[in-house]
Design a protein around this ligand. Structure first.
Ligand SMILES: Cc1cc2nc3c(=O)[nH]c(=O)nc-3n(C[C@H](O)[C@H](O)[C@H](O)COP(=O)(O)OP(=O)(O)OC[C@H]3O[C@@H](n4cnc5c(N)ncnc54)[C@H](O)[C@@H]3O)c2cc1C
Length: 273
Protein backbone atom coordinates (compact mmCIF):
# COMPACT_ATOMS: atom_id res chain seq x y z
CA UNK A 1 0.00 0.00 0.00
CA UNK A 2 1.22 3.52 -0.84
CA UNK A 3 -0.53 6.58 0.59
CA UNK A 4 -0.58 10.06 -0.92
CA UNK A 5 -2.89 12.60 0.69
CA UNK A 6 -6.30 11.01 1.24
CA UNK A 7 -5.71 8.28 -1.30
CA UNK A 8 -4.35 4.85 -0.50
CA UNK A 9 -3.11 2.89 -3.50
CA UNK A 10 -3.28 -0.84 -2.95
CA UNK A 11 -1.96 -3.53 -5.28
CA UNK A 12 -3.32 -7.05 -4.87
CA UNK A 13 -2.40 -10.30 -6.55
CA UNK A 14 -5.20 -11.98 -8.46
CA UNK A 15 -5.39 -14.98 -6.14
CA UNK A 16 -6.09 -13.02 -2.95
CA UNK A 17 -9.52 -13.78 -1.48
CA UNK A 18 -11.76 -10.79 -2.24
CA UNK A 19 -13.53 -10.57 1.09
CA UNK A 20 -10.24 -10.64 3.03
CA UNK A 21 -9.30 -7.50 1.12
CA UNK A 22 -12.64 -5.85 1.93
CA UNK A 23 -12.32 -6.75 5.64
CA UNK A 24 -8.74 -5.41 5.68
CA UNK A 25 -9.74 -2.14 3.93
CA UNK A 26 -12.55 -1.54 6.39
CA UNK A 27 -10.26 -2.27 9.36
CA UNK A 28 -7.71 0.21 7.94
CA UNK A 29 -10.41 2.91 7.63
CA UNK A 30 -10.18 2.86 3.83
CA UNK A 31 -13.42 3.49 1.97
CA UNK A 32 -14.37 2.27 -1.49
CA UNK A 33 -15.24 -1.43 -1.22
CA UNK A 34 -17.27 -1.66 2.02
CA UNK A 35 -20.56 -2.44 0.23
CA UNK A 36 -18.83 -5.28 -1.63
CA UNK A 37 -18.52 -7.28 1.61
CA UNK A 38 -19.24 -10.99 1.54
CA UNK A 39 -18.87 -11.55 -2.22
CA UNK A 40 -17.19 -14.94 -2.71
CA UNK A 41 -14.18 -15.35 -4.97
CA UNK A 42 -10.77 -13.87 -5.65
CA UNK A 43 -9.54 -10.38 -6.50
CA UNK A 44 -8.56 -11.33 -10.08
CA UNK A 45 -12.14 -12.23 -11.00
CA UNK A 46 -13.65 -8.95 -9.83
CA UNK A 47 -12.89 -6.94 -13.00
CA UNK A 48 -14.46 -9.67 -15.17
CA UNK A 49 -18.05 -8.76 -14.49
CA UNK A 50 -17.30 -5.53 -12.62
CA UNK A 51 -18.45 -7.07 -9.38
CA UNK A 52 -21.02 -4.95 -7.65
CA UNK A 53 -23.51 -4.93 -4.80
CA UNK A 54 -25.53 -2.55 -2.64
CA UNK A 55 -24.85 0.48 -4.82
CA UNK A 56 -21.08 0.04 -5.26
CA UNK A 57 -19.04 -1.42 -8.14
CA UNK A 58 -15.41 -2.46 -8.12
CA UNK A 59 -14.75 -0.30 -11.22
CA UNK A 60 -15.15 2.80 -9.02
CA UNK A 61 -11.85 2.03 -7.30
CA UNK A 62 -9.83 0.08 -9.89
CA UNK A 63 -6.95 2.13 -11.30
CA UNK A 64 -5.27 -0.59 -13.33
CA UNK A 65 -5.43 -4.29 -14.18
CA UNK A 66 -2.14 -6.08 -14.76
CA UNK A 67 -2.61 -8.88 -17.25
CA UNK A 68 -0.82 -11.58 -19.17
CA UNK A 69 -1.85 -11.06 -22.79
CA UNK A 70 -2.16 -14.54 -24.28
CA UNK A 71 -2.28 -13.15 -27.83
CA UNK A 72 0.82 -10.91 -27.63
CA UNK A 73 2.54 -13.22 -25.15
CA UNK A 74 3.47 -10.31 -22.90
CA UNK A 75 2.40 -8.52 -19.75
CA UNK A 76 0.71 -5.14 -19.73
CA UNK A 77 -1.39 -2.93 -17.49
CA UNK A 78 -4.87 -2.05 -18.69
CA UNK A 79 -6.21 1.37 -17.82
CA UNK A 80 -9.81 1.29 -16.47
CA UNK A 81 -10.92 2.93 -19.74
CA UNK A 82 -9.56 -0.06 -21.68
CA UNK A 83 -11.51 -2.38 -19.38
CA UNK A 84 -14.79 -0.83 -20.66
CA UNK A 85 -16.56 -1.45 -17.39
CA UNK A 86 -20.35 -1.48 -17.39
CA UNK A 87 -23.09 -3.00 -15.27
CA UNK A 88 -21.84 -6.59 -14.61
CA UNK A 89 -19.82 -6.15 -17.77
CA UNK A 90 -16.33 -5.43 -19.07
CA UNK A 91 -14.07 -5.97 -22.06
CA UNK A 92 -13.02 -9.27 -20.45
CA UNK A 93 -16.51 -10.68 -21.08
CA UNK A 94 -16.69 -9.32 -24.61
CA UNK A 95 -14.04 -8.38 -27.18
CA UNK A 96 -11.16 -9.66 -25.03
CA UNK A 97 -12.89 -12.82 -23.84
CA UNK A 98 -10.20 -15.40 -22.98
CA UNK A 99 -7.37 -13.10 -24.06
CA UNK A 100 -6.05 -11.94 -20.68
CA UNK A 101 -5.10 -13.68 -17.46
CA UNK A 102 -5.39 -11.12 -14.67
CA UNK A 103 -2.22 -11.10 -12.56
CA UNK A 104 -2.94 -8.26 -10.16
CA UNK A 105 -5.35 -5.40 -9.67
CA UNK A 106 -4.54 -1.87 -8.44
CA UNK A 107 -7.09 0.01 -6.34
CA UNK A 108 -7.37 3.57 -5.04
CA UNK A 109 -9.22 3.76 -1.72
CA UNK A 110 -10.07 6.84 0.33
CA UNK A 111 -8.52 7.32 3.76
CA UNK A 112 -11.32 8.15 6.23
CA UNK A 113 -13.75 8.41 3.34
CA UNK A 114 -17.47 8.21 3.95
CA UNK A 115 -19.13 4.90 3.12
CA UNK A 116 -21.20 4.67 -0.06
CA UNK A 117 -24.85 4.83 0.99
CA UNK A 118 -26.74 4.74 -2.28
CA UNK A 119 -28.86 1.64 -1.95
CA UNK A 120 -32.31 2.02 -0.39
CA UNK A 121 -32.34 -1.34 1.40
CA UNK A 122 -28.94 -0.62 2.96
CA UNK A 123 -29.88 2.94 3.96
CA UNK A 124 -33.04 1.64 5.60
CA UNK A 125 -31.16 -1.07 7.52
CA UNK A 126 -28.59 1.48 8.76
CA UNK A 127 -31.17 4.04 9.87
CA UNK A 128 -30.33 7.65 10.74
CA UNK A 129 -26.82 8.99 11.34
CA UNK A 130 -23.42 8.59 9.77
CA UNK A 131 -22.38 4.93 9.98
CA UNK A 132 -18.77 3.80 10.14
CA UNK A 133 -17.28 1.62 7.43
CA UNK A 134 -17.32 -1.31 9.89
CA UNK A 135 -21.04 -0.86 10.53
CA UNK A 136 -21.74 -0.73 6.81
CA UNK A 137 -19.78 -3.94 6.31
CA UNK A 138 -21.62 -5.72 9.15
CA UNK A 139 -24.99 -4.51 7.86
CA UNK A 140 -24.22 -5.62 4.29
CA UNK A 141 -23.11 -9.03 5.61
CA UNK A 142 -26.27 -9.44 7.64
CA UNK A 143 -28.49 -8.41 4.68
CA UNK A 144 -26.61 -10.89 2.50
CA UNK A 145 -26.83 -13.69 5.08
CA UNK A 146 -30.60 -13.22 5.30
CA UNK A 147 -30.74 -13.86 1.54
CA UNK A 148 -28.30 -16.79 1.61
CA UNK A 149 -25.80 -14.63 -0.29
CA UNK A 150 -22.80 -15.30 1.96
CA UNK A 151 -21.11 -18.59 1.19
CA UNK A 152 -21.85 -21.05 3.98
CA UNK A 153 -21.22 -24.75 3.28
CA UNK A 154 -23.70 -25.72 6.04
CA UNK A 155 -26.57 -23.75 4.53
CA UNK A 156 -28.60 -25.83 2.02
CA UNK A 157 -29.91 -22.56 0.53
CA UNK A 158 -26.29 -21.62 -0.13
CA UNK A 159 -25.93 -24.13 -2.99
CA UNK A 160 -26.23 -21.32 -5.44
CA UNK A 161 -24.20 -19.24 -7.89
CA UNK A 162 -25.51 -16.05 -6.25
CA UNK A 163 -27.90 -13.93 -8.27
CA UNK A 164 -28.82 -15.97 -11.32
CA UNK A 165 -30.16 -13.04 -13.36
CA UNK A 166 -28.87 -9.52 -13.87
CA UNK A 167 -31.12 -6.52 -13.42
CA UNK A 168 -32.49 -5.66 -16.88
CA UNK A 169 -31.43 -2.39 -18.50
CA UNK A 170 -34.27 -1.03 -20.63
CA UNK A 171 -35.29 2.18 -22.36
CA UNK A 172 -37.40 4.65 -20.36
CA UNK A 173 -40.35 3.78 -22.68
CA UNK A 174 -39.97 0.07 -21.88
CA UNK A 175 -39.82 0.86 -18.15
CA UNK A 176 -43.11 2.74 -18.50
CA UNK A 177 -44.61 -0.20 -20.39
CA UNK A 178 -43.53 -2.56 -17.59
CA UNK A 179 -45.10 -0.26 -14.99
CA UNK A 180 -48.32 -0.16 -17.03
CA UNK A 181 -48.32 -3.96 -17.39
CA UNK A 182 -47.81 -4.35 -13.64
CA UNK A 183 -50.71 -1.97 -12.91
CA UNK A 184 -52.96 -3.72 -15.44
CA UNK A 185 -52.20 -7.08 -13.81
CA UNK A 186 -52.94 -5.65 -10.37
CA UNK A 187 -49.47 -6.51 -9.07
CA UNK A 188 -48.48 -2.86 -8.57
CA UNK A 189 -50.76 -1.26 -6.05
CA UNK A 190 -52.08 2.31 -6.29
CA UNK A 191 -49.46 4.68 -4.91
CA UNK A 192 -46.72 2.01 -5.03
CA UNK A 193 -43.72 2.68 -7.27
CA UNK A 194 -41.93 0.02 -9.29
CA UNK A 195 -38.25 -0.14 -8.25
CA UNK A 196 -36.14 1.41 -11.03
CA UNK A 197 -32.97 3.43 -11.30
CA UNK A 198 -31.84 5.74 -14.13
CA UNK A 199 -28.38 4.87 -15.48
CA UNK A 200 -25.82 7.30 -16.87
CA UNK A 201 -26.36 6.07 -20.43
CA UNK A 202 -30.04 7.11 -20.37
CA UNK A 203 -31.41 3.64 -19.76
CA UNK A 204 -33.36 2.44 -16.75
CA UNK A 205 -32.32 -0.44 -14.51
CA UNK A 206 -35.20 -2.61 -13.30
CA UNK A 207 -35.10 -4.95 -10.30
CA UNK A 208 -35.00 -8.52 -11.59
CA UNK A 209 -36.03 -9.94 -8.19
CA UNK A 210 -39.09 -7.68 -8.09
CA UNK A 211 -40.09 -8.68 -11.63
CA UNK A 212 -39.71 -12.38 -10.77
CA UNK A 213 -41.88 -12.16 -7.66
CA UNK A 214 -44.51 -9.94 -9.28
CA UNK A 215 -44.65 -12.32 -12.24
CA UNK A 216 -46.01 -14.84 -9.75
CA UNK A 217 -42.86 -16.90 -9.13
CA UNK A 218 -42.90 -18.06 -5.52
CA UNK A 219 -39.74 -18.33 -3.45
CA UNK A 220 -38.99 -22.02 -2.89
CA UNK A 221 -40.62 -23.16 -6.18
CA UNK A 222 -38.70 -26.32 -7.10
CA UNK A 223 -38.83 -28.64 -10.10
CA UNK A 224 -36.52 -31.67 -10.60
CA UNK A 225 -34.15 -30.65 -7.83
CA UNK A 226 -33.59 -27.06 -8.96
CA UNK A 227 -35.49 -24.26 -7.33
CA UNK A 228 -35.87 -20.61 -6.51
CA UNK A 229 -34.25 -19.78 -3.18
CA UNK A 230 -36.58 -19.60 -0.19
CA UNK A 231 -34.85 -16.35 0.76
CA UNK A 232 -33.99 -14.58 -2.47
CA UNK A 233 -36.06 -14.70 -5.66
CA UNK A 234 -32.98 -13.91 -7.77
CA UNK A 235 -31.06 -17.00 -6.68
CA UNK A 236 -31.56 -20.52 -8.00
CA UNK A 237 -30.63 -23.31 -5.62
CA UNK A 238 -29.40 -26.83 -6.33
CA UNK A 239 -31.71 -29.17 -4.38
CA UNK A 240 -30.23 -32.34 -5.84
CA UNK A 241 -30.86 -31.65 -9.50
CA UNK A 242 -28.64 -31.49 -12.56
CA UNK A 243 -27.33 -28.66 -14.73
CA UNK A 244 -30.13 -29.49 -17.14
CA UNK A 245 -32.78 -29.07 -14.43
CA UNK A 246 -31.15 -25.82 -13.26
CA UNK A 247 -31.19 -24.34 -16.75
CA UNK A 248 -34.78 -25.54 -17.25
CA UNK A 249 -35.72 -23.77 -14.03
CA UNK A 250 -34.00 -20.61 -15.24
CA UNK A 251 -35.99 -20.85 -18.46
CA UNK A 252 -39.26 -21.24 -16.49
CA UNK A 253 -38.48 -18.09 -14.49
CA UNK A 254 -37.49 -16.21 -17.65
CA UNK A 255 -40.74 -17.25 -19.39
CA UNK A 256 -42.90 -16.11 -16.49
CA UNK A 257 -41.24 -12.68 -16.48
CA UNK A 258 -41.37 -12.41 -20.29
CA UNK A 259 -45.07 -13.29 -20.35
CA UNK A 260 -45.92 -10.91 -17.51
CA UNK A 261 -43.81 -7.90 -18.45
CA UNK A 262 -42.24 -8.48 -21.89
CA UNK A 263 -38.74 -8.36 -20.36
CA UNK A 264 -36.12 -11.04 -20.99
CA UNK A 265 -33.89 -11.68 -18.00
CA UNK A 266 -30.22 -12.29 -18.77
CA UNK A 267 -28.39 -15.07 -16.96
CA UNK A 268 -25.49 -13.77 -14.84
CA UNK A 269 -23.28 -16.83 -14.20
CA UNK A 270 -20.98 -17.89 -16.98
CA UNK A 271 -21.91 -21.26 -18.47
CA UNK A 272 -19.05 -23.58 -19.40
CA UNK A 273 -19.15 -26.71 -21.49
C1 LIG B 1 -23.40 -16.73 -2.91
C2 LIG B 1 -22.87 -15.85 -4.00
C3 LIG B 1 -23.09 -14.48 -3.96
C4 LIG B 1 -22.59 -13.65 -4.97
N1 LIG B 1 -22.82 -12.31 -4.89
C5 LIG B 1 -22.35 -11.49 -5.86
C6 LIG B 1 -22.58 -10.07 -5.80
O1 LIG B 1 -23.19 -9.56 -4.87
N2 LIG B 1 -22.10 -9.31 -6.81
C7 LIG B 1 -21.39 -9.83 -7.85
O2 LIG B 1 -20.98 -9.07 -8.73
N3 LIG B 1 -21.15 -11.16 -7.92
C8 LIG B 1 -21.60 -12.00 -6.96
N4 LIG B 1 -21.38 -13.35 -7.03
C9 LIG B 1 -20.62 -13.88 -8.16
C10 LIG B 1 -19.11 -14.18 -7.84
O3 LIG B 1 -18.88 -14.15 -6.47
C11 LIG B 1 -18.23 -13.16 -8.52
O4 LIG B 1 -18.42 -13.21 -9.91
C12 LIG B 1 -16.73 -13.42 -8.20
O5 LIG B 1 -15.96 -12.38 -8.72
C13 LIG B 1 -16.26 -14.77 -8.72
O6 LIG B 1 -14.94 -14.96 -8.27
P1 LIG B 1 -14.15 -16.34 -8.49
O7 LIG B 1 -12.74 -16.07 -8.03
O8 LIG B 1 -14.90 -17.44 -7.86
O9 LIG B 1 -14.17 -16.45 -10.05
P2 LIG B 1 -14.70 -17.65 -10.95
O10 LIG B 1 -16.17 -17.82 -10.70
O11 LIG B 1 -13.79 -18.80 -10.82
O12 LIG B 1 -14.50 -17.00 -12.40
C14 LIG B 1 -15.38 -16.04 -12.90
C15 LIG B 1 -14.88 -15.65 -14.31
O13 LIG B 1 -13.69 -14.90 -14.18
C16 LIG B 1 -12.62 -15.54 -14.87
N5 LIG B 1 -11.43 -15.35 -14.04
C17 LIG B 1 -11.31 -15.59 -12.72
N6 LIG B 1 -10.07 -15.23 -12.30
C18 LIG B 1 -9.41 -14.76 -13.39
C19 LIG B 1 -8.09 -14.25 -13.61
N7 LIG B 1 -7.19 -14.13 -12.64
N8 LIG B 1 -7.75 -13.88 -14.88
C20 LIG B 1 -8.63 -13.99 -15.91
N9 LIG B 1 -9.89 -14.47 -15.75
C21 LIG B 1 -10.27 -14.84 -14.50
C22 LIG B 1 -13.04 -17.00 -15.00
O14 LIG B 1 -12.40 -17.59 -16.13
C23 LIG B 1 -14.52 -16.84 -15.20
O15 LIG B 1 -14.78 -16.46 -16.53
C24 LIG B 1 -21.86 -14.21 -6.04
C25 LIG B 1 -21.65 -15.59 -6.09
C26 LIG B 1 -22.14 -16.40 -5.08
C27 LIG B 1 -21.89 -17.87 -5.15
Amino acid sequence: MVEAGDTARVLLCAGEPWDDFVAWSVAQGLAGVECLSGIPGCVGATPMQNVGAYGQEVSEVITGVRVWDRRERSQRTLHPRECAFGYRDSVFKREARGRYAVLSVAFALRRDGAPALRYGELQKALGEGAPTLARVRETVLSLRRAKGMVYDPDDPEGRTAGSFFTNPLVTPESAEAVTAAARAKGVLREGEAMPQWPTIDGRVKLAAGWLIERAGVKKGWTVDGAGVSHRHALALVNRGGTTRSLLAMAERVQSRVREAFGVTLEIEPERVG
